[in-house]
Write a protein that binds this ligand. Structure first.
Ligand SMILES: Cc1cc2nc3c(=O)[nH]c(=O)nc-3n(C[C@H](O)[C@H](O)[C@H](O)COP(=O)(O)OP(=O)(O)OC[C@H]3O[C@@H](n4cnc5c(N)ncnc54)[C@H](O)[C@@H]3O)c2cc1C
Length: 525
């Protein structure tokens, strides 16, 4: 029997690999997706970690998933359902709190309780961010033009960008430049005076980076995370019913329906190339598979330095990949609870538990958490972003029980002393101790806990150095620089090898954009 030759083999069944598969299969290509783990989803996955408790093990909320993907792949028909996440509750140490909700008037009143000036500024800030988000948003779906190239299509795109920038009102132009250069806190200082408000808002500037809220460049990341909110006025941070794995499952279902084959428990050991052209892959069990195109949805380090022999790459490119920064800085603590946490500052169950709960009581709390990480220790009083998905989607836990999902920063991949295997439980304890300062009943209601360190994210999910976005989302690693200067359009120096995961433009988050952009470029060729 002649060996099967696929039009495309995709390495990794994270949501981006699956998205690329769906688009290619819908265009009639024969597609095979190979996933190392026992299930699809990558960092967007739901797993029954303890009997009856279905954790969104890594990513836990969704906002950036491109609406065109939901539409074009008809994801609701494949089971996708996004349930709204209402607002952010920030408990404070001395009995007060800040609770912003989706109801604009209520949020204004709440901010005015802290500062009337800030309540005014909040509206202005919202308008400015929406304007900047509108400017940046089309870039997400773009194949970034290389400014050093004289390629006419690229020049036209650059010119278009420049023209759009010039058409922005002067204030928005200034804001845009400030966003690109300032720290999240410095940027927010220009608008607000309330410390807890700035601390909570600045948090989205540091997610997935090894930077502090006062580090220059973090202001831009605010915008990246704000982007989802402009799809439908604050509505669009949400839970996926069944956990984030349900998003990946819906995309996988669309891909299968279009004819894609998806195999799990199949690790790729090597990308085979001949004369600088990818010709297929070798599996961990030694089997060889042939394909006209190979798409990698795993990160640039794994793709170019592990699955390929870097000596087959141009030296300059291989050096750029070696320099690409991962520096994982986050961990995850997933708790199975017997009851709800009871916050001293707003006791009892209530709607404040249905949205995000942010342990970000002050800018100093945030910056001190980073100070420890800078010198190679996990934060003993970390920033924590929590959700209780069971209040919105009870299907993920046994009746009456709850899940508390805690995203934690900082947990530096490189520890100054000891190993993560030795420090995992101490890190988990630091998270619980921090929580207990705000919700003292927490220790009594924990049934089970899962602690994920950056080392666990690397080992289990294939995220180098545990970086949650397959490489830091910092300005020097975005747009035409992601993953390397000159190679941001999903092609690579190896012919017929393409990138289609978060390590490519426009980066991480459950967005699907790299997968879709890569597939559309392949189909346009
Ligand atoms: C702890 C954590 C929390 C997060 N929280 C959020 C959030 O709340 N909201 C949000 O939008 N984003 C969040 N993110 C980011 C988001 O989940 C990721 O950016 C996104 O899921 C990455 O998707 P991907 O398809 O590009 O890559 P991945 O999900 O990394 O998929 C790559 C796949 O390749 C597989 N693989 C690796 N090596 C091989 C190999 N050799 N052979 C075959 N398969 C291989 C992996 O097992 C994996 O399934 C979070 C991430 C983490 C880790």
């Amino acid at each position: 029997m002649p060996a099967v030759r696929y039009d495309a083999i995709i390495i990794g069944a994270g949501h981006n690999g699956l998205t690329a598969a769906a688009y290619l299969a819908r265009a009639g290509r024969t597609v095979l997706v190979l996933e190392r783990r026992h299930l699809v989803g990558g960092a967007a996955v739901t797993e029954e970690v303890f009997p009856g408790f279905h954790f969104s093990v890594c990513s836990y909320v969704v906002s950036l998933l491109r609406p065109e993907i939901i539409r074009e792949l008809d994801l609701p028909r494949h089971g996708l359902e996004i349930l709204p996440l209402d607002g952010t509750f920030t408990p404070m140490p001395h009995g007060d709190y800040l609770w912003r909700v989706n109801d604009h008037a209520k949020t204004r009143r709440e901010i005015a309780r802290h500062s009337r000036v800030d309540a005014e500024a909040y509206d202005e800030y919202g308008r400015a961010m929406v304007a900047m988000g509108r400017f940046v948003k089309p870039i997400l779906g773009m194949r970034p033009p290389d400014p050093t190239s004289l390629n006419p299509a690229g020049l036209k795109q650059l010119l278009g960008l420049l023209r759009r920038f010039q058409q922005l009102p002067a204030q928005d132009q200034y804001n845009q430049v400030q966003l690109m250069t300032m720290s999240a806190v410095d940027f927010l200082d220009q608008w607000f005076e309330t410390d807890v408000l700035k601390a909570t808002m600045s948090a989205s500037g540091i997610i997935g980076t090894f930077l502090g809220v006062r580090s220059p460049g973090t202001a831009y990341v605010l915008l990246h995370h704000y982007m989802g909110e402009i799809d439908g006025a604050f509505r669009s941070w949400g839970f996926s019913r069944g956990g984030t794995g349900a998003i990946s499952n819906a995309i996988a279902s669309a891909a299968r329906e279009a004819g894609a084959e998806i195999r799990t428990n199949v690790g790729v050991a090597e990308i085979r190339s001949s004369n600088g052209t990818a010709v297929g892959v070798t599996l961990a069990n030694g089997d060889e598979l042939d394909a006209s195109l190979v798409l990698s949805s795993v990160d640039p380090r794994l793709t170019f330095l592990k699955l390929l022999d870097p000596r087959d790459l141009p030296t300059e490119f291989a050096d750029d990949v070696r320099r690409f920064k991962f520096r994982g800085s986050s961990g995850k603590v997933n708790l199975a609870l017997d009851a709800l946490p009871n916050f001293t500052s707003l006791p009892g169950p209530g709607p404040h538990l249905r949205g995000a709960i942010s342990i970000s009581p002050s800018v100093d709390h945030m910056e001190r958490a980073y100070d420890q990480a800078k010198y190679g220790a996990f934060s003993t009083r970390p920033y924590i972003d929590m959700v209780i998905p069971t209040l919105t989607d009870p299907s993920v836990a046994p009746p009456g029980k709850h899940i508390l999902s805690c995203f934690v920063q900082y947990a530096p991949y490189a520890l100054a002393s000891g190993t993560w295997d030795e420090q995992r439980e101490a890190f988990g304890d630091a998270v619980i101790d921090t929580l207990a300062g705000f919700a003292p009943n927490i220790r009594d209601i924990i049934l089970h806990r899962q602690v994920l360190t950056p080392l666990d994210l690397e080992r289990e999910f294939g995220l180098s150095e545990g970086n949650i976005f397959q490489g830091e989302l910092t300005l020097e690693q975005l747009f035409f620089l992601r993953p390397a200067p000159g190679w941001a359009q999903y092609t690579t120096p190896i012919r017929n090898l393409w990138m289609c995961g978060s390590g490519a433009h426009p980066g991480g988050g459950i967005m699907g954009a790299p997968g879709r952009n890569a597939a559309l470029k392949i189909l346009k060729k």
